[in-house]
Design a protein around this ligand. Sequence first.
Ligand code: MTE
Ligand code: HPA
Ligand code: MOS
Length: 764
Amino acid sequence: MLEKLKTKIKEIKNIDSTGHVTGRSMYVDDIIERADTLFAGVLTSPVSKGKIVQINVDKALEIDGINCILLATDIPGENQIGGILPDEPLLAENEVHYMGQPIAVLVGEDENCIHKAISLIDLEIEKEIPITDPKTAFQKGKILLPPRTFRLGNTEEEFSKKDLVIVEGSCDIGGQEHLYLETQGAYAIPKEKGIYVISSTQSPTAVQRTIAKVLGWSMHQVEVDVTRLGGGFGGKEDQATPWACMAALAAVRMNKPVKLILDRYVDIRSTGKRHRYMADYRICSTKDGMIQAYEVMFYQDAGAAADLSPAVLERTLFHFTNAYFIPNVTATAVSCKTNLPPNTAFRGFGGPQGMFVIEAAITRLADKLKLPREEVQKKNLLKENDLLPYGQIVRNVKTNLSWDTLITNFDINKRIASINKFNEENKLKKKGYAFMPICFGISFTKTSLNQASSLVNIYYDGSVGISTGAVEMGQGVNTRIAQVPMTVFSLPLNKIKIETTNTTRIINTSPSAASSTADLNGKATELACMTLKERLLQFASELLETPMEQLDFEDLYVTNNNQKTSLSWDELISKAYENRISLSEKGFYATPSIHFDSSIEKGHPFAYHVYGTSFHEVTIDVVKGTYSLDYVAVVHDVGKSMNKLIDQGQLEGGLVQGIGWMTLEELRYSDEGRLLSNSLSTYKVPDIYSIPKVLETMFLEDPEPHGLLKSKAIGEPPLMYGIGTYFALLNAINQYTGKLPNTIISPMTPERLFTFLHLSRHHP
Ligand code: MTE
Ligand code: HPA
Ligand code: MOS
């Protein structure tokens, strides 16, 4: 294989930015419908748990414009969409398990008649008492799979030793709504051979496979196409599938195109979210803060069906020690079945909840030790060649480096001194601060998913079309992938087109997820481009009668020992075509040397880890319970950045999404399992006023061989810096109350902050 790869990476702006700001970017609902298109809407369960006694659609069918109403019994194939466990019907059959669960698909000429018809369906459900929290579910034996335990050393022996300081406590960590701007939706068009479905999904292949299953067809009869998503954040990794299945089902039944786009109300109510977790732990250390042992039990609120919950749970276990080395640990985790919408992937994929609990444990331990929290954190940071509980040894660790760089580069000690001074001088306003180190594993935890294909086509006019399994959802993956042929062939952007993601062009795709999309699909693209480059330079060496080793590409010309030759890219390509040289190549990439054995819970599951440290400073108003986020600084490990603008966008976006999860975004359910925070007036997401008043960031650069063009993945890791803002607020509360609650609850909304400040006696 040709080793030559331009080291000078062509950096470009996000190739979607012009389309986005001019409104020309196309989402599913922007596609101009065929004239005979019908629309679909969904009847969902009005109760959280119960038996369906009867459904009568007669009156609804009389509404003008209604074509058909599909129930579970109308499904020609399997009424089953569960990916990991077969426990989720597409349409409820005899029972309902959560409010918002789809029961019927209505197909009609427009959305008005559908709305009218939904209200006329006679639905009788015998109500049962729902379960809405994971610990209750666990006590009632409602679990998805047996609990899993990750272990290192011997915690029991350690906890029984004398002279150790022990702290016990609990956490209750709230979930999070994805709030992608584009709601779930799909447009299904019957074709002569099968069906063509445009879907807003992170997993085109999962949509394809599930449509085939529901229709009783084979996968090759279903073509799924994705242009881009208006955000996914994990919410469209599994949960774009049902809506695409419904559109396909209706389209096949009517033999007409059918469009199904959820309105925000149905989307928020019916789709799963980041998992709420409850956890109990105990932790012990020496008097000077060296952590000796940590035991933790995680109760995950999976919701009413498995969806991706077991995989999310697994990642909690991979990240429950965050960026620390603890010699003796036992972590057990269990997915608990409640009567809420099935919870799903969300940026961080269970990692954030695992990290939150260890941060809570360290916070309370440090308080008991009367040591600054950051002293305990720093003492226990991972070091080179440390062993993680799941058996992987860490290399090129950047915990201490990012921490130390943060302190010196942003003069953090001076800041801490002035925070302390402020707190001495002020009674009714208090400042708090926290450090948040992160360590996040890159690769799908399920080893088999770490594969990707790419198809590189060079047209005989010299322009290049690239197809991969990567889905663009705002994270900039198409830009990164475009940089690959630009770098390998030294081409300008206008020669490159990133095609839609299509299951007929690129098969058996993994979801665009796990922050690995650019690494996997970009590397597949690099392999295909390198094969083509070798073939083309071979041909050029014949044309130029020059040894191939001297040749390369530079700015649309072939170069000989770095000197421009007379042979242009366009001419070379057109001659290659005339000489019947293939200008199309497939690349396949599978992450090398990763493995995991779940029977012993040990292995080497991650290609590499991403590190970083952040610092957060807040001020609280003790009288009002309000607070401000004054300052955040981040030092983040990017490998060798291949696109600084995109990395900066992901760093800032992830951070703010994490801050929102930790401070503002509160999902409230009634005892009946009704989502009360079901609109943007009751569910507060971060806006320009919630971002840090001052944000300073810095990249640590060190080439990563397993990353695309030596860069590191950045999609998810920065979200976890947001946890630091929570603990800065808790630190400020502690400055006033002098004590910490035993149960650490998130998010830290102003209301909760107020209760922590003033009602802590009445609080658990
Ligand atoms: N950024 C934007 N703008 N929109 C998104 O939906 N999803 C996040 C992250 N950044 C997301 C995003 C999630 S959950 C993941 S896993 C990664 O992007 C996926 O893309 P990557 O693998 O290319 O990093
Ligand atoms: N991360 C994100 N999505 C996933 C994973 C993962 O590790 N595994 C399966 N889907
Ligand atoms: Mo991201 S939660 O892996 O889609």
